[in-house]
Write a protein that binds this ligand. Structure first.
Ligand SMILES: Cc1cc2nc3c(=O)[nH]c(=O)nc-3n(C[C@H](O)[C@H](O)[C@H](O)COP(=O)(O)OP(=O)(O)OC[C@H]3O[C@@H](n4cnc5c(N)ncnc54)[C@H](O)[C@@H]3O)c2cc1C
Length: 442
């Protein structure tokens, strides 16, 4: 069996490793256009902020590692096109310029995503940078070294992590977003209020509810960011306003969402036979709304890549869907969320209720304790849990993994009130915070 994998970051690496383990006779070829594989972008802000000293730690595989598993990894090889009828891929060796055709029995598409490039005047000025891969990370570090004013456009996870890193390096930092709140897709206002307060306390300039209209420069380099409400000095600008799937070459050939995310079934099969897709190039089944959504996360990518391999020959293990569970640390606050937030659930017209509790995470007789804020969003009619958020200076983020299980298994707010959780004063109270949220709601 000849297997070709296109792209080798998280989904591709997971697909390659698992395919090699499961099908000993398979001839596996990976085509990757970069000269690195398996880069953990989630470490970019920590690398920029100087927390990660040795960048090698941000890679967990290599062509040599894959070779030891019997996988032939062709680096700096770009797949230009796929002929699904002939089961052939057209490949370009980037170093030599040579083009050739290769054939497959099974194809796994793991081409990932690329940052959305907004159409803004002046976007081509120097020092306007992206934050997606290893090269971007090095570029950011290099360009920011000598300058003072850094502007980040986009207050999602990546933007928020970056502004903290730049501030730690002593830069003047501005974070701009069209939305009126940071992290507005992941957290409701009562959580982002606290996070924003913390960010402002560290002298980061929050420029929310405003849209960038123009970048201005001098000598070809960016100098100012102009929004519909103000002007900000900028020696370096990082644009991180979201991602789009890298699937242009499959348009019209595979079923996709309107943004180009490839639709796969629960076995990671696309609309063409023997063609699988996984990771940021694909749409995911989102359990809270029971619909296909675009949620580019490494957690989804590794699970999907693994399942593509598992289901390559026979349908063996199903995708359980995702809740888009994610976490972030903002200074001393540990924050996580899973599923739908109240604001978005309401925008979608869902009939929902929510419960928010604030309590110390462990008994007040202990020498120390910290406040925690927990919110649960659930369907009014059925009590089915749709989402949850937590924030505390104590790390309670794993509770959102528990909530993710509740959502995935369609459990209710009543289940939450009476599920058995342990109690031990070091860790919690007799009624676990999750139980308390459930009890307050029923
Ligand atoms: C700054 C940052 C922080 C993040 N933090 C987190 C986090 O904390 N937690 C989390 O879960 N997720 C996080 N993510 C998201 C996560 O990195 C992505 O979801 C993940 O990288 C997706 O993996 P992938 O393999 O599907 O796609 P990608 O990482 O996009 O990789 C696709 C690969 O395919 C290659 N490729 C594409 N087209 C071709 C072609 N035609 N021929 C050959 N090769 C090709 C590319 O070069 C690339 O190596 C973060 C992302 C960024 C940018």
């Amino acid at each position: 069996m000849k297997v070709i994998i296109i792209g080798c970051t998280h989904a591709g690496t997971a697909a390659a490793i698992n395919t090699s383990k499961l099908y000993k006779d398979a001839k596996i070829t990976v085509y990757e256009r970069n000269d690195t594989i398996s880069f953990l972008s989630c470490g970019i802000a920590l690398y920029v902020g100087g927390v990660i000293k040795d960048v090698k730690g941000l890679f967990y595989s290599s062509p040599e590692h894959l070779k030891s598993l019997g996988v032939d990894t062709k680096m700096q090889h770009e797949v230009l096109d796929v002929d699904f009828d002939k089961k052939e891929v057209r490949v370009k060796d980037i170093k030599t310029g040579e083009e050739f055709t290769d054939s497959y029995d099974k194809l796994i598409i793991t081409t990932g995503s690329w940052p959305i490039l907004p159409k803004i005047e002046g976007f081509n000025l120097k020092n306007i940078l992206l934050s997606k891969n290893y090269y971007h990370a090095n570029d950011i570090i290099e360009k920011v070294k000598e300058v003072q004013n850094v502007v980040v456009v986009g207050a999602g996870y990546i933007g928020v992590e970056l502004v903290e890193a730049f501030r730690e390096k002593g830069k003047n930092v501005t974070l701009i977003d069209t939305q009126e709140r940071i992290l507005s897709k992941y957290l409701d206002k009562e959580f982002t209020d606290i996070a924003e307060e913390e960010i402002k306390k560290h002298d980061i300039n929050l420029a929310l509810s405003q849209t960038v209209v123009r970048f201005e420069g001098e000598d070809g380099k960016v100098k100012r960011v102009i929004t519909d409400k103000g002007e900000y000095d900028a020696d370096v600008v990082i644009v991180c306003v979201g991602f789009k799937p890298s699937t242009e070459m499959f348009k019209g050939k595979l079923n996709m969402l309107s943004n180009g995310a490839i639709i796969v079934d629960e076995y990671m099969r696309t609309s063409r036979e023997d063609v699988f897709a996984a990771g940021d190039c694909a749409a995911v089944w989102y359990n809270p709304t029971k619909s296909y959504e675009y949620i580019p996360l490494a957690t989804n990518a590794v699970r999907m890549g693994t399942l593509a391999a598992r289901n390559l020959v026979d349908r063996s293990i199903k995708w359980r869907g995702t809740q888009g569970t994610s976490g972030i640390k903002i200074y001393d606050y540990n924050i996580a969320s899973t599923g739908l937030i109240e604001e978005i659930a309401k925008q979608k017209g869902l009939n929902i209720q929510s419960v928010t509790i604030e309590d110390n995470y462990r008994p007040e007789f202990m020498p120390t304790y910290e406040k925690a804020k927990l919110k649960v969003v659930y369907e009014s009619d059925t009590g089915r849990i749709l989402g949850s958020q937590i924030l505390s200076k104590h790390d309670l983020t794993p509770l959102m993994n528990t909530m993710s299980v509740f959502i995935q298994n369609e459990m209710t707010i009543e289940d939450l009130a009476f599920t058995d959780f342990f109690f031990q004063p070091h860790f919690n109270k007799p009624w676990n915070l999750l139980n308390i949220a459930g009890l307050n709601a029923i």
